[in-house]
Design a protein. Structure first.
Length: 285
């Protein structure tokens, strides 16, 4: 199952991934996958992910896998773009199975709509990798975004919801200033002062402090969590890296959203918005 498996007769992580991937080929939804080795065999478990969840990894948030689960992963369907030179083509339908073990090793099997199968041995990054790592009690990579970038992406998300449906309707700066996550009560603050508040957050706080202050519950009710394991309070379940990527996962980066927002605002209000941003606007990507 991994280099430290108790017996050389046990399958490798890739072999396990291939078995469960092919066995679940006709399953219409997503499955949580587990493996627990015995002396000379492996017990493979599957749990259907409820269709009502936002993301197939969400039921694992706040979940700590039992110790005898040495492998944990998901099989699901999705859309993928091929990283090839030239113009980007349309996404293709794929089924993907990824298994992780408690040593941080991973194996992924991907099947395209035409039946082609590909094995990927590099450990993936992103939200699924974070959630499975935390469910196995493993650390995740450090945050790759600042607190100020989080605040500004959340702010622009609120602004976009207000202005993009009705371009030209927002004429005054105060309507935007009051949407800022750090805006105090009372009169609307100028953009330069909101930028001061955002810079102070980077200097005076941390992702660890934000995580400990977080009061939102798990993304799915307890009744939709997988069986077995132990529920853990979210400030303790997350580490800083996984928490940072969880709260920013649905936010469009500010550099990508800002041009459309500015096009929908009067020039003076747009200039004030740019002054309020800690990270200077630039090309997305």
């Amino acid at each position: 199952m991994s280099p430290s498996s108790p017996s050389s007769t046990l399958p490798s992580l890739r072999q396990l991934a291939e078995v469960v991937h092919r066995g679940a080929a006709t399953w219409p939804g997503s499955l949580l996958l587990t493996a627990a080795p015995g002396e000379a065999d492996v017990a493979i478990g599957t749990w259907p992910i409820p269709t009502e969840v936002h993301h197939p990894a969400d039921p694992l948030v706040g979940f700590l896998a039992p110790p005898h689960w040495t492998v944990l992963g998901l099989t699901t369907t999705g859309r993928a773009w091929r990283a090839v030179p030239g113009p980007e083509g349309p996404p293709e339908a794929v089924r993907i199975t990824t298994l992780f073990d408690r040593h941080g090793e991973a194996s992924t099997i991907l099947t395209t709509a035409d039946g082609g199968e590909e094995a990927i041995e590099e450990a993936p990054g992103g939200w699924v990798a974070d959630v499975v790592a935390r469910a196995l009690g493993r650390p995740t990579p450090a945050p790759d975004v600042s607190l100020s970038a989080w605040v500004e992406a959340a702010w622009l998300d609120r602004i976009a919801e207000l202005v993009l449906d009705q371009p030209g309707q927002v004429r005054r700066w105060a309507a935007l200033a009051r949407l800022h996550p750090l805006a105090p009560t009372g009169p609307a603050r100028p953009g330069v002062l909101l930028a001061v508040e955002t810079r102070a957050l980077d200097l005076e706080s941390s992702w660890g402090r934000m995580r400990r202050l977080w009061r939102s519950g798990p993304p799915v009710p307890a009744g939709l969590a997988p069986p077995g394991g132990v529920p853990v309070e979210l400030p303790d379940w997350f580490d800083d890296g996984s928490f940072s990527r969880w709260v920013t996962r649905d936010l469009v980066p500010a550099a990508e959203l800002l041009p459309a927002v500015l096009d929908a605002l009067p020039d003076a209000v747009g200039r004030e918005l740019v002054e309020a941003l800690v990270t200077p606007p630039g090309p997305a990507g």
